[in-house]
Design a protein around this ligand. Structure first.
Ligand code: E4P
Length: 217
């Protein structure tokens, strides 16, 4: 399973990348706004900086909603760096644009996926990744992880090549559940990733080893 970080914050991207386990980055307009990135040029520059920091797929989201405009915007984003993956919303015009990108060698991530039917359409259109938002499904009173399992089952039966990129991760357990459920990628904020490191018995065990080591040093 690949690990992406879900942020536009450069310090957090660096911290995750320094762990040596990072395979990519996802962003969205809300995450860019949170970092105070303003204006088309600044946004393009921010994506470029992320691409220079991390050697892996970097999702950059379009804000257009009409097929031709999505294509034009996506072409500009893809021109920033070969690792850019154009993130396209799961709408009718988005599906048409994903098909165009797929036919023209531009990588895509179909975002805002909340059902198996949407996942099948994204795969048929040739998306490289699709992003089911499991945290937001949990927030609405359903089990987001069940959607990952369902899509993974369908894709195994049908042989779809689109990678399941589990998004909207809220906690460390989500990451573990996604691994169990067959997600190909998890994109998570930094805290849940760092949470994977933690276990009180590790801390207690290490403290004891270090204490005992003093006896023979
Ligand atoms: C997906 O790629 C999105 O950037 C993200 O995971 C959404 O997460 P949220 O529900 O925490 O906003």
């Amino acid at each position: 399973m690949k690990f992406f970080i879900d942020t536009a914050n450069l310090d957090q991207i660096k911290e995750a990348n320094d762990l040596g386990i990072l395979d990519g980055v996802t962003t969205n307009p809300s995450l860019m706004a949170k970092e105070g990135v303003k204006g088309a040029d600044a946004v393009m520059k921010h994506y470029e900086t992320i691409c220079e920091m991390v050697d892996g797929d970097i999702s950059a989201e379009v804000v257009s909603t009409e097929t031709q405009a999505i294509i034009e915007e996506g072409k500009k984003l893809a021109a920033i760096h070969p690792n850019i993956v154009v993130k396209v919303p799961m709408i009718k015009d988005g599906i048409k644009a994903i098909k165009w990108f797929s036919d023209n060698g531009i990588k895509t991530n179909c975002t805002l996926v909340f059902s198996a039917g949407q996942a099948i359409l994204a795969a048929k259109a040739g998306a490289n990744y699709l992003s089911p938002f499991i945290g937001r499904i949990d927030d609405s009173g359903w089990e987001g992880i069940q959607l990952i399992q369902q899509i993974a089952n369908i894709f195994a039966i049908q042989g779809f090549k689109t990678e399941i990129l589990a998004a909207s991760i809220r906690n460390t357990n989500h990451i573990i559940q996604c691994a169990e459920a067959g997600a190909n990628v998890v994109t998570s904020p930094l805290e849940p990733i760092l949470g994977l490191l933690k276990h009180p018995l590790t801390d207690i065990g290490l403290a004891k080893f270090l204490e005992d080591a003093k006896k023979f040093q």
